[in-house]
Design a protein around this ligand. Structure first.
Ligand SMILES: [Mg+2]
Length: 258
């Protein structure tokens, strides 16, 4: 292994793909849950969201993404019983063509990077057992030499400890979320790359290294932060090193970093 070379790490959800949780897995759990627990007393998405947020607040970053444990916990509280299925089984069932998606820029980008011998790994807050069925279905798995996930690392983005899977100064991390991907990479000392496929045309037209100095860039970041559930106040740690409109621009980032 060459210790000095850069490694490219990828967030998965909304960076490369759309997983089946929102449209298929959670609705199926919700149907079972409300066949046992009254909707008025235990609104499914509220109790699920509360349990996830409570774990984040308590600093239990790994546990906040353990959806099997979260579903079991809320089921025991509301119903007094465990679900007759696992979330992992439901993900496998719904990780099929037509229910999961890959963005159109993903395959051309990954193929070009592979051709340039760029080492690539997954760095996702989704447990490997929930992500691998989706990347398998979308034919993404073979591009990556490793999956770095909270179940393995015992923490999650944006904790800089998450990026211990390599020498942080040698990681180029690409993701769609400011609060998790950009902040996490910045705190760890990695190169932070933000993929924003709806980047305004006036920024898109600028060369990559100059986009973040566009006068409207902080406002654009602030809107995104609000959408992610934060106050929207932009600080240094929210600023990505690069803002991409397409993953096909990643090769340029790689060329300028190495
Ligand atoms: Mg994401």
């Amino acid at each position: 292994m060459i210790l000095t070379s850069f490694i490219l790490s990828f967030d998965l959800d909304h960076t490369l793909m759309i997983n089946p949780f929102r449209r298929w897995v959670f609705p199926e759990i919700e149907t079972w849950f409300h066949s046992r627990a009254p909707r008025e007393q235990f609104p499914f998405y509220d109790v699920l969201g509360r349990e996830h947020s409570r774990r984040l607040r308590e600093g239990r970053l790994r546990d906040a993404y353990d959806w099997d444990d979260i579903v079991r916990t809320v089921a025991r509280e509301a119903i007094g019983a465990d679900p007759p299925f696992t979330v992992e089984e439901l993900v496998k069932k719904h990780a099929v063509p037509g229910k999961v998606w890959r963005f159109p820029d993903v395959l051309p980008a990954l193929k070009a990077l592979r051709k340039a011998n760029v080492p690539m790994v997954v760095a996702s807050n989704g447990f490997e057992c929930y992500q691998r069925p989706v990347t398998d279905c979308l034919q993404l798995t073979p591009f990556f030499s490793a999956f770095h996930t909270p179940d393995r690392l015992q923490t999650a983005k944006p904790n800089p400890e998450f990026f211990r899977f390599a020498e942080p100064g040698r990681i180029i991390h690409v993701g769609d979320r400011i609060d998790q991907d950009v902040v996490g990479a910045n705190r760890a000392g990695a190169v932070s790359v933000w993929i924003s496929r709806d980047l305004p045309p006036e920024m898109r037209r600028m060369p990559l290294p100059r986009r973040k100095s566009h006068p409207d860039f902080p406002r654009w970041l602030s809107m995104r932060l609000k959408w992610e559930g934060h106050s929207g106040r932009v600080t240094e740690e929210h600023l990505p090193d690069y803002a991409l409109a397409s993953l096909e621009e990643l090769l340029q980032v790689w060329e300028s970093a190495k």
